[in-house]
Ligand binder design. Structure first.
Ligand code: MGD
Ligand code: MGD
Ligand code: SF4
Ligand code: MO
Length: 619
């Protein structure tokens, strides 16, 4: 007899799909989207469907491993834990680097944070590879990370997707808009799948949305009473529309059409993507978009507003065991390689929920710096390029093998449950238990000595009480809307900062003649970062639109940081001075970040990946 269980897709995605799982005699027979979920409504994407293949894959790491003379030896947990404890016990904690990301969004995966909090101060990163320029802008402007609830989209006239490739990266936002027959307007330098479904598409030059914002504000300024008294409003007068059209590659008519949607009575919601803030001035761009909404009044009534990130759920999660006040040594995440080399005295590194060899910028320096660290420990489901460089590797259970509670601050407003659907293989333990073993071995007293179930419950007890929801009912249903009581207030946002003095005063038209092409490395439809590229063996595809190149031709993409062999695919819609390659290819194909810049944003310490300039050479 088959049993029916539920999990939440824990990938670092906007959507948090609820998935029904059919289990028979400990084996997963099938998975499909849970039809009752209010947002994800039974539809899961190819990455979600792939969880079953990953679970059953013969390539999974199935026991702890220790590297001996360059070869892996399978060992039991006690031996591997002993080895790690022995090696890190006598090191000054500041000489241990703790590196993590969002490879799995479950609370059960927070053991590392607690363990290193107790061990610390350690060395760790600040800022982000993902979203921190935009988060800086939200915090500065609103005082917190807050955006509208997706259900507001039902009440808008225009859904403005500002560099948010929803069809590929945020499927359920697109599906919700489509179901409600919403007009989609899309702004992106690349003609993505979202451009194909939009009613209007604006092909903007990369890194010029801030100038589009200035253009829009210049056009709508007669409709903004009191603007002249605003700090920084004079900056708008310093620009002529000619230079704005030149910078943005948009015509005056196009800028006017975009301004028009902010002038009239239309109800407008902007969803701001994360691609447009992967630049040095990423924070200013997002702040500019928020302020267009402020000055046009498109934010504090039903069907109007914006969304980028929102901590309405995570703010309420009670991290009872988190150690507060530890003064870690921090470095900007994108500068990993440079920092490690400069420090020169790091003794150990611990890496979990991430694949920095592939995902950090400036790969060559990342690899070289990692090699210099004498003792390296990692946890992953697969032997990624990062795990291959470790000295000790621990396996992580598959998404079906560990009970969990999952949430995101990217889009979905729900708190969700993952049932344990089957036992992990004999030599695979949940990370929560692994860190418990390590803590015991090292006689660390601060690590929680409670069951995983109690650990999970401690995080959400307050939420359950507030919502009058019983823990078992939550488990049975699989989700709750944490902000339910505040539903109608969701779009009311209070602006703490309405100034315009963050706007740049001039436009820089300089072009690097040696590296004339801007390289964008966006996220691929069928892979969550590197995870879906496991079975791809081909060299990366570079999309471009330049004379002298043909489909299938092999080329070298060269930047200041390195070079990468690629295969050309001509995209007739691509801007001439732009090329793009999807991020995520493994070392066997060629890591895209071998050519990306490790520079970061003026504010928020966000990796400025798309400020990469390259030349493309025939080979
Ligand atoms: N399928 C899939 N979905 C994902 C992910 C994935 O890897 N694969 N990753 C998840 C994660 S961690 C994240 S952070 C999000 C990211 O989600 P998105 O923000 O949607 O994705 P990105 O690919 O980073 O960038 C989105 C778009 O920004 C555009 N862009 C680049 N520069 C500019 C610019 O200057 N102006 C404008 N207007 N647009 C610009 C790019 O061309 C790209 O199409 O997606 C999440 N969802
Ligand atoms: N060039 C370029 N590079 C980029 C970006 C870009 O746009 N362009 N985008 C950046 C962005 S937005 C982000 S968020 C980062 C993401 O960077 P990463 O988070 O490092 O990327 P992933 O490839 O998703 O790596 C997650 C790893 O976690 C593992 N994992 C899955 N489940 C578990 C688990 O339960 N436990 C443990 N321990 N591991 C698990 C997966 O197998 C995978 O190897 O990449 C950034 N890199
Ligand atoms: S990756 Fe995103 S859209 Fe796909 S199944 Fe997971 S949560 Fe849903
Ligand atoms: Mo991200």
């Amino acid at each position: 007899m088959a049993e029916h269980k539920k999990i939440t897709c824990p990938l670092d995605c906007f959507d948090l799909c609820l998935i029904d799982v059919e289990v028979e005699a400990g084996n997963i027979i099938s998975i499909k989207g849970n039809p009752d979920h209010p947002l994800t409504k039974g539809v899961i994407c190819s990455k979600g469907r792939n969880h079953l293949n990953r679970h059953n894959s013969k390539e999974r790491i199935l026991s702890p491993k220790i590297k001996v003379n360059g070869s892996w030896k399978n060992v039991g947990y006690s031996e591997a834990v002993d080895e790690v404890a022995k090696r890190i016990k006598n090191i000054d904690s500041k000489d241990i680097l703790y590196y993590t990301d969002s490879g799995h969004g479950g609370i059960s995966k927070s053991g590392g944070e607690i363990f290193f909090g107790n061990l610390g101060p350690v060395t760790t990163h600040r800022g982000s590879l993902c979203w921190d320029a935009g988060n800086y802008a939200l915090t500065k402007t609103l005082g917190e990370l807050r955006g509208i609830h997706y259900s507001e989209v039902a009440d808008c006239d225009v859904l403005l997707l500002w560099g948010r490739n929803a069809v590929d990266t945020n499927l359920h936002l697109y599906m919700y808009a489509k179901k409600n027959n919403k007009k989609i307007i899309y702004i992106d330098p690349i003609k993505t799948s979202t451009a194909s479904v939009a009613s209007e598409y604006y092909q903007i030059a990369p890194n010029s949305d801030l100038y589009l914002v200035i253009g829009i504000l210049k056009i709508i300024k007669e409709n903004i009473p009191g603007l002249n008294e605003i700090d920084g409003s004079e900056i708008l007068d310093g620009y002529d529309m000619g230079s704005i059209t030149e910078k943005t590659s948009l015509s005056i008519d196009q800028i006017r059409s975009l301004a028009d949607i902010f002038i009239g009575d239309l109800k407008v919601i902007s969803y701001i993507g994360y691609g447009l803030q992967r630049y040095k001035n990423g924070a200013e761009t997002v702040e500019g978009i928020l302020k267009v909404h402020y000055y046009s009044g498109k934010y504090n009534r039903k069907g109007c507003g914006f969304a980028y990130s929102d901590k309405r759920v995570s703010r309420k999660i009670h991290k009872k065991f988190k150690v507060e006040g530890v003064e870690n040594i921090t470095f900007v995440k994108s500068k990993f390689g440079e920092y490690v080399n400069k420090r020169g005295d790091l003794k150990a590194i611990f890496i979990e929920k991430s694949n920095p060899v592939v995902q950090l910028p400036n790969t060559i320096q990342v690899i070289e710096s990692l090699e210099s660290i004498p003792f390296k420990v990692g946890i992953d489901v697969f032997m990624t390029d990062t795990m291959k460089m470790m000295d000790v590797v621990f396996p992580a259970p598959s998404v079906f093998e560990c009970e969990d509670i999952v949430s995101t601050s990217m889009f979905s407003p729900y708190l969700q449950y993952t049932q344990k659907c089957c036992d992990p293989p004999a030599e695979v333990k949940p990370e929560y238990e692994l860190f418990q073993m390590l803590a015991k071995n090292m006689k660390m007293t601060g690590y929680p000595n409670v069951s995983l179930d109690d650990f999970l419950l401690s995080h959400i007890e307050t939420i359950l009480n507030e919502q009058f929801v019983d823990y078992n009912d939550f488990k049975k249903k699989g989700w709750i809307d944490v902000d339910k009581n505040n539903y109608n207030m969701a779009s009311i946002v209070d602006f703490k900062d309405i100034t315009l003095n963050f706007l740049p005063r001039t436009i820089n038209f300089e072009q690097d003649t040696q590296y004339p092409i801007r390289l964008i490395t966006p996220h691929s439809k069928n892979s969550l970062h590197s995870q879906g590229f496991k079975d791809i063996n081909d060299i990366p595809v570079v999309y471009l639109n330049r004379a002298g190149f043909i489909d299938g031709q092999k080329v070298k993409v060269v930047s200041n940081y390195g070079e990468l062999e690629c295969k050309v695919k001509i995209d007739r819609s691509c801007l001439a001075n732009v090329a793009y390659i999807y991020e995520g290819y493994w070392k066997k194909s060629g890591i895209v970040n071998s050519v990306t810049t490790d520079s970061f944003s003026n504010h928020g310490d966000q990796a400025a990946y798309y400020d990469t300039f390259v030349k493309i050479e025939e080979i």
